[in-house]
Write a protein that binds this ligand. Sequence first.
Ligand SMILES: NC(=O)c1ccc[n+]([C@@H]2O[C@H](COP(=O)([O-])OP(=O)(O)OC[C@H]3O[C@@H](n4cnc5c(N)ncnc54)[C@H](OP(=O)(O)O)[C@@H]3O)[C@@H](O)[C@H]2O)c1
Length: 235
Amino acid sequence: MNIILTGASRGIGYSTALSLCKYSIQNLVLISRNADALKKLKAECNEINKEVNITIISGDLTVMTKKADLFYERLPFNQLDILINNAGYLVRKPFKEMTDADIIHMFDMNAVTPSIFVRMLLNYLMVSPSSHVVNIGSMAGFQGNSKLPGLSYYSASKAALASITECLAIEYKDTTVHFNCLALGAVQTEMLKEVFPEYKSAISSLEIGKYIAEFALNGHKYFNGRIIPVATSNP
Ligand SMILES: NC(=O)c1ccc[n+]([C@@H]2O[C@H](COP(=O)([O-])OP(=O)(O)OC[C@H]3O[C@@H](n4cnc5c(N)ncnc54)[C@H](OP(=O)(O)O)[C@@H]3O)[C@@H](O)[C@H]2O)c1
């Protein structure tokens, strides 16, 4: 089993990596800009399971997706079984105060870059007998869910990611690749603390990391092209 996980340096991604290591996997590629955090994570993962070969790729995903050849050179495999597009970006501001840069970077990180990453890795995913792309969405972008003020473009960018997931599942339905999107509710992470300091979520990143790891490994047997709400409240 070969896995790529983006946004692994903290929060949900960090916890997902720790959970993935409890399973019998061969290769886990961890991506984010913070190389030191990834090194620490690698050591913790290998304490859990020394059999997992962990590759760190540190850098900005928005740049990495523009230099595909350099990225391929660093991959320790030719077949990818699971891609977890977890890295994301959130700016909370009133609509009128959102800058062009805020808007563009949110759409880039939350929808454009994850989809380009899928495109870059399609040939690797298609040679797996059964592969799974898990896009980490948000209840903020889940159709019909109550929306929160200040999250207009975050919600819209996560809705775009959800929609891309549905489209890819149709376009690649005759291949071995499955696509799903987990629309997460609030999870207690650094991101949540920075953006909603007044709010405390009852869900820890360790709990949700365990759920994402299990879903990434098994969810494609039961779902394809689904946007799955992972929340008990609205919003
Ligand atoms: N926490 C919540 O309540 C919640 C709820 C719903 C959905 N989500 C979604 O769940 C995912 C993880 O959330 P989180 O709370 O764990 O967020 P977080 O603590 O802010 O972590 C985000 C991760 O993305 C990485 N990242 C950001 N920009 C990057 C870039 N340009 N290149 C490479 N890596 C980049 C960060 O690493 P570096 O800074 O090291 O690059 C970090 O590892 C996000 O997609 C978020 O939208 C979170």
